[in-house]
Design a protein around this ligand. Sequence first.
Ligand code: HEM
Length: 169
Amino acid sequence: MRQALDEEDVIAPYSKVKRLPYLRACLDESLRLFAPTTHNLGRKVPEEGLSILDEWIHPGTSVGMSAYVVHRNENVFPQADKYIPERWLGEEGKALQSSFLAFSAGARGCIGRNISYLEQTVVLASVLHRYEFALPHPNWEIKRLETMNCLLGEMPVKVWRRKLDTAQA
Ligand code: HEM
């Protein structure tokens, strides 16, 4: 990522950071572990009923899947509780997108998905370009607060200016 930006870049120009597969993999892995909407977003089965995975579901039934649960399916995401951005890279990584529910799916899925990637990419690239970060200690873990959405507890972070040395990056 550092190679993509020049020393004088303060806010990362989107044109320079939009095709950084590892950065995108980090975003997807974070959204997989902590999708803000974790609960089941119900959909109503239509009047004619519906067969889902060979099971007949009656009209009017509310069905849905929790992103939190789907994202922890060990058959799809081995070591599901671990942060492993590399799983999203390459062809195998692409195939995981069908099990990625952070933005929900289907006709009522998030329409802000693309703009959110633009914003996340620019913000993350900009702060990582200028600053370094450290957690209180290597085994420190964030607390999750069980509310309707996935809220996270306090995150004490040490932040300091990165010494820009693009030649070494
Ligand atoms: C990381 C950022 C975001 C996440 C994780 C997210 C996630 C979601 C989810 C899970 C839904 C529910 C879809 C459903 O019911 O199936 C949704 C809906 C929606 N989102 Fe987002 N969203 C994000 C950012 C944004 C942004 C930036 C915008 C607008 C600029 C936006 C606009 C919308 C709208 C309008 C809907 C309703 C779509 C509909 O009901 O047809 N979202 N989003």
